[in-house]
Design a protein around this ligand. Sequence first.
Ligand code: 5GP
Ligand code: ZN
Length: 115
Amino acid sequence: MSECVFCKIVNKEIPADIVYEDDLILAFKDIAPQAKVHVLIIPKEHIPNNLYLEGRHKPVVGHIILKVNEIAKQLGIAETGFRLIVNSGKDSGQEVYHLHWHLLGGEPLGRLICK
Ligand code: 5GP
Ligand code: ZN
C-alpha cells in the first residue's frame, strides 16, 4: 500500500471533499485553503512532481488543464478568475510529492509571489 497521502485519497483510504473525478484524475478541496476557493487537481497515477513527467503523460496533463475550466465553472470562479499553481521541488515549498495543480480563486489573489 502507498504511503503517499494523495494516493490514499485516490484509493479512498482517507476521506476528501471531492469536487470532480474520472478515470484519470481527481479534484478535491485543499485541507488548509489559502483562498476562498482552493482545490487540488491530481492525476490518479503517482507522479512525484513536474520533473517526473514523461511523454506518455501528455494526455493526462492536457486533460487536467482542460478540466480546470469545467471545474472552475462548477465552483463559480470561471468568470471572476483563478490561478493555477504547480509546486515542484524544494525551493517551491512542495509538501506533498504527488503531482498536483492548485486551483485558487473566489477573491482577489494578490501578487504571484511573496517571500
Ligand atoms: P504543496 O505544498 O505540496 O504544493 O501542496 C500540498 C497541499 O496539499 C497543501 O496545500 C496542503 O494543505 C494539502 N494537503 C496536505 N495533506 C492533505 C490532505 O490529507 N487532504 C487534503 N485535502 N489536502 C491536503
Ligand atoms: Zn501518490
